[in-house]
Design a protein around this ligand. Sequence first.
Ligand code: IVH
Length: 674
Amino acid sequence: MSETESIPAAAQERAAELRRLVEHHARQYHVLDKPEIDDHEYDMLFRELVDLETEYPGLQTPDSPTQRVGGAPLESFTKVRHRRPMLSLNNAFSADEVRDFVRRAERALGSVHGYVCELKIDGLAMSVSYRDGAFERAATRGDGVQGEDVTANVRTIRSVPMALKQDHAPRGEVEVRGEVYLPKGVFAALNARLEDEGKPIYANPRNAAAGAVRQLDPRVTARRGLQTFMYQLDPPGRAASQEEVLSSLESMGLRVNPHRAFAESVDDVLAYLDHWQDKRHELDYETDGVVIKVSSLAEQAELGSISRSPRWAIAYKFPPEERETTVLDISVQVGRTGAVTPVAMLEPTVVAGSTVRRATLHNEDEVARKDVRIGDTVVLHKAGDVIPEVVRVVLEKRPKRSRAWQMPERCPACDSALVREPGEAVRRCVNPLCPAQRLERILHFASRGAMNIEGLGPAVIVQLIDHGYVTEAADLYHVTAEQLLTLEGFAQRSAEKLVQSIAARRRVPLSRLVNAIGIRHVGERTAELLAEHFGSLESLEAADEEKLRDVEGIGDVVAHDVAMWLQSDDGRAYLEHLHAAGVSAETSHRVEGPLSGQTWVITGTLDSMTRPEAEERIHALGGTAGSSVSRKTHAVVAGASPGSKLEKATRLGVRVIDEAAFLAELAELEPGRA
Ligand code: IVH
């Protein structure tokens, strides 16, 4: 008897129905941007499906939307051979080369029945196969003949349907191809976070997308925010032209770029290129050109391919948005953790839609590698259309007698010797009293992502420090209205208002406070992980390096840095001053509730929620979410691929429950959450 035969027909039907509903609403939200139900209703449908599949594991199909959370990490990727090679395109760099392409196609065919112009997305090519409408496999392009199986990762991309829309899903196997990319905003946020955490950043969204697709741990991919645009369908079914292929893909529920045009003549094509030349900077993804395709599939077949590229398409590449400008100065900036960064101060120039005045040079090795000097003419571009970057120096324009730039040996702000630790690219000022670091630390403390103190911007902070009212963050809470009145731009009312708004931010969520403290390598995200794990500032303060290493998502380097900081005299004094100023973390999760006094431990991945979500729900019921199992642990929730904690729980005789039982228990205890 097969597994499904023992499952009641009603459950099978309901599961199929739920899968369809969840897919439908996920598509409305992620593909079409037109949600029809609110998040809560969606969550309820999703949870019902999880419950059913947990009750009857035979119902859990690989194409179920519950499978998107990201399975267990892989050891490596397996290779897959493409059914047909994934070709590349010939490039055209000018209107003349586009005219040549059109002329060649028209000469070969006699006449061409139109062209489709699509934006060329700067992502990576992907092949996704469906069998009888169900998602089956995804592969990277690789060398065009053989790619890598990235099924587990692509499953986590929300705009890739796990099931094609029923009425339009072709029988048998179909392969769709298209582009996976990272939106500009997501790219900028990712890099900001990586930089904050002292990790290497990505040069452009393409590399970041490739990094996310080639993650061995699908859970990491799931968090990266990848997007897709599809443009090929094989076999094409009833579609007879590229235009029809695109609409078929759309009606199957795949994400297709709405920006495309049918062109009858080469003049139409050229007008389209013109249109997007500047307009492309307004898009939230990077496009490096326009792909021009002979629309009719019959005409495409007749034209065929030579070597690795089709004769029926060409990629027009926009001229790279590069500008020359001069380096007025190279200044060095001291960050809040003492890292000293060289920054090129530039003659203001417009690149990719906005004026650029400065560009980070990252570190001294980078300056040396590019040999950027004061007075140089440099070529500037924007990485990912966002981050200004010096590409290279125009040596022919270098002024005579220029000298190679040297990183200062001493801190520009406090004159103490800079230290470069082995294995690090940055030089740091290690003087804890350095005024530049102090300023940056206080700016960071008050900033939006940290304590978020309204009305306390850089101009005020600089004056507070200059007047000697403030030397560290805790002093902010002692600033009086009288003191503020001695600063520029304050009147009685505005002074009182600022004092109030500072006082109002004495008590903040723990993650904000942890971020505000400004420990090296601890940014917003890491602060959240620490806050979730420790629950209170006191227990974080008491943690040693080993306990810190236990925190999910925290690596050895960060654990070491945090531990060193917490144990240092400066760190202790800093926190003591904050405590004395009445600053504390909202311990909202230390509420009284049915789980008060109980420690729950979660191991493995849960289908219906993330671990922080699960822990939050335990906290909300008064419980503690623990990180390690002991005899005192009340219960262990075992999700998919649980770790050694499950083993230990069994050994110690601690109660172990699965996700379904956990959900049932939560449902019973949570008021108003049936
Ligand atoms: S059509 C037969 N359309 O550009 C070739 N490609 O150099 C099929 N690309 O590897 C490609 N946007 O990764 C096509 N709208 C688009 C595209 C596109 C980006 C990429 C694709 C391909 C490369 C060609």
